[in-house]
Design a protein around this ligand. Sequence first.
Ligand code: DAH
Length: 347
Amino acid sequence: MMGDKYEKNCDMIKDTILEVQKQFKEALAKVQEALALEEIKNTFLGRKGKVAGLFSMMGEVPAEEKKDLGQLLNKLKIELQSDFDAKVSEFTSSTSKKEWVDYTLPGYSMPKGSRHPLTQAVDDMLSIFQRLGFDIAYGPEVETDWFNFESLNFPPNHPARDMQDTFYTEGGGILRTHTSPVQTRYMSKHEPPVRIVAPGRVFRNEAISARSYCLFHQIEGLYIDTDITFADLKGTIELFCRMYYGKDVKIKFRTSYFPFTEPSAEIDVSCFLCGGKGCRVCKNTGWLEIMGCGMVDPNVMKAVNYDPEKYTGYAFGLGVERMVMMRLGINDIRTLFENDVEFLKQF
Ligand code: DAH
């Protein structure tokens, strides 16, 4: 009788081992959060858990069965523990990747970009000229001698053609030394009336210093039609200056010389910083030189097959860097080309 009971006990323990193993695996598979792991640990592996309960039944097992059963139980305990540990580490590593966020950290800043001061100035000026009825035209930076000089009435030995001032490309092209070639390029493709402004980069082989750089920007203007006079030029430039510098600005035309205009003038505006009283920016003269201009020379008209008896026109060319430097109080032209963000941020 006793033997029977023992045998039943042994079979029951073996069944229970399988049952506990099954329950444990099911419970572990369902775990979604760390707290639930704690419960499983208590239920199965704790001091009063199911595995411990099985061990305590060993007392009722006959000596000859103890070894086998003991091994089975140990195997169970080791297996459950290692499954459990695996689950714990799976859990902690995945939650650390997914959920570990420090909400107290400051956010990422998204610095706002801005247009370069030269681009801003060009855009502002172009939009004024557009409101005055000018179209925008562009020309190439690598020019031919004909467009850059010849068509603009430069005499063959004019000093501006000198190797010192002009960059030549290997193929015999030249880097345009001003935006004036856009005038004759445009005229050679369009019949009058012509009313354009042409912004762009120009290049000069000069010693680089705080005041001059090997490249800078100009805006060219050209208006050709029948009966255009110097008064039209004056009116347009005055209007432009008032729109750009403010209505109180004073304007002065000084006679000058350019091969492609006759008569020619240079334009000064009253210093916007001191209002004409004299300061560091205007070198105590009260005036700032801003552009060259004049009536288009008949020889330029002839170069593009316009009839100089029928058409007249004016042209002007302004330097953008000088204007921007005066406006923003920049005293070294090179800073406008270095693209140092710390410098540009100021504007
Ligand atoms: N091209 C001249 C320069 O670079 C500027 C200039 C003067 C342009 C008079 C003009 C003009 O159109 O009429 O110095």
